[in-house]
Design a protein around this ligand. Sequence first.
Ligand code: VG1
Ligand code: CO
Length: 543
Amino acid sequence: MSHTVVKTTPIDGQKPGTSGLRKRTAVFMEPHFLENYVQAIFDGTGGVEGKTLVVGGDGRYFNDRAIQVILRMAAAGQAARCIVGQGGILSTPAASHLIRKRGADGGLILSASHNPGGPDADFGLKYNGGNGGPASEGVTGKIFARTRDIEDYHILEAQDVDLGTLGTSDLGGMTVEIVDPVSDYAEMMEGLFDFEAIAGLFANGFTMRFDAMHAVTGPYAKAILEDRLGAPAGTVMNGTPSPDFGGGHPDPNPIWAKALMDVMYGDDAPDFGAASDGDGDRNMIVGRGAYVTPSDSLALLAAKAHLAPGYAGGLAGVARSMPTSGAVDRVAEALGIECFETPTGWKFFGTLLDAGKVTLCGEESAGTGSDHVREKDGLWAVLLWLNILAATGQSVSELMAELWSTYGRCYYSRHDYEDVDADKAHAAMDRVRGQLTDLPGQTIAGAIVEWADEFSYTDPVDGSTAQAQGLRIGFKGGGRAVFRLSGTGTVGATIRLYLEQLEIDPERLGLTPEEVLGPINAAALEISNLKALTGRNAPNVIT
Ligand code: VG1
Ligand code: CO
């Protein structure tokens, strides 16, 4: 086997501060592109010589080919060992767990998360550090810098590794270890939750549907829900990972998981429904005829986590991303624990989790997790919900009604304006930014602005800072609108408008989000002049 040094030129790498690189699959498949990025990751993290890496992905198109390249490059870089999920499969939370459990130096996770997959869709690659979490801003900065001055990459010339057979083999002096992607993860879940109580639910006729959306959680959900917990076969739908996710969009929200929503709002709806995304880190929770917003789910889990054995000692603290609603803040206050507000993106939770300051954290984008790994974890959230349902004997609707009557209800909605021309998107943001100091005190479309600012963050653990993390407008009466540009899109710019309104009046707990959020949406649109500036009359996706 010979080791080749290939001359190459810089690529259009990841944006600094984002965890990983997402591009069109065709771009990743261009000659040398993937190789350049992998070399940039290796160089940006100080080389791989003697290191142990975890490698796996969500099974999307090009997953297997890319893993072969990564293995040959890791061997050329003299890595000691690569631990690879069988068939190239590892969900993001399972990869995070494996890095931690095996004491690996880091991991490469192949996924574009909830973005569609296939030759004409998206591919992605991200690097997680030794704590199992997304690379810090410092590390992503070094990787990005390398993508800009890269001159060559190193690769071994070798036959493909058999990814389908468990066990170890040698690749140019590096050990390749193929492991079952599910078993370690399932074992960890069994340690956190009362599997007997959850199995008891199913044994007594409790019904559930889990929509794996043709993505990576299928094998995990079948192994845990059906095989270990005894849920009847068919509980897991769309459970076989497919390279293009069955032609769908593996984003667990009421729009893209419509098949599940139809079941949950139809006749004979099961007791409980859930879905997960492409790489298994997001979750959607829905009761019979009762969709739970991710912000409310985080609040409910914070209020009831102590009912699960893994959290019986209570929570050290909680954290939410800035655009996530304040529902969890109210629970934290009642529990007498601290609630941290971080910028969007899981990496900001990492330092808080590592320092033991928080136990639970979450984002409005359907990500919830805890200190058991350093990524958000879709199935974990589903199992914690099941544990709570089993322990309380209440239904999803009853639990939500109780949450709202105790803490008030944070009506919430996110409006996404996708694939907007980048200049136009920035113009709309600039227009809002330019008014921040003048807005307080003004009445706009009938809503009175109380405060407005641009969110910046100083990490309470390591003192690092993050600027320009979203434009916020607070209204009299507990309303809030936030404007943010997405960092994960692959085409054009996506403007996210996050709307929230707290209601504590018992008479106003059963309204629709549209009724309640209409006034602040109108005010936000007037302030930004979004429609005129972007030429968009309505958001593409409302969640
Ligand atoms: C989106 C979400 C954010 C999430 C990120 C990664 O980012 O808003 O909350 O952390 O995706 O999720 P953005 O920049 O597009 O708003 V996933 O499931 O890709 O790992
Ligand atoms: Co994801």
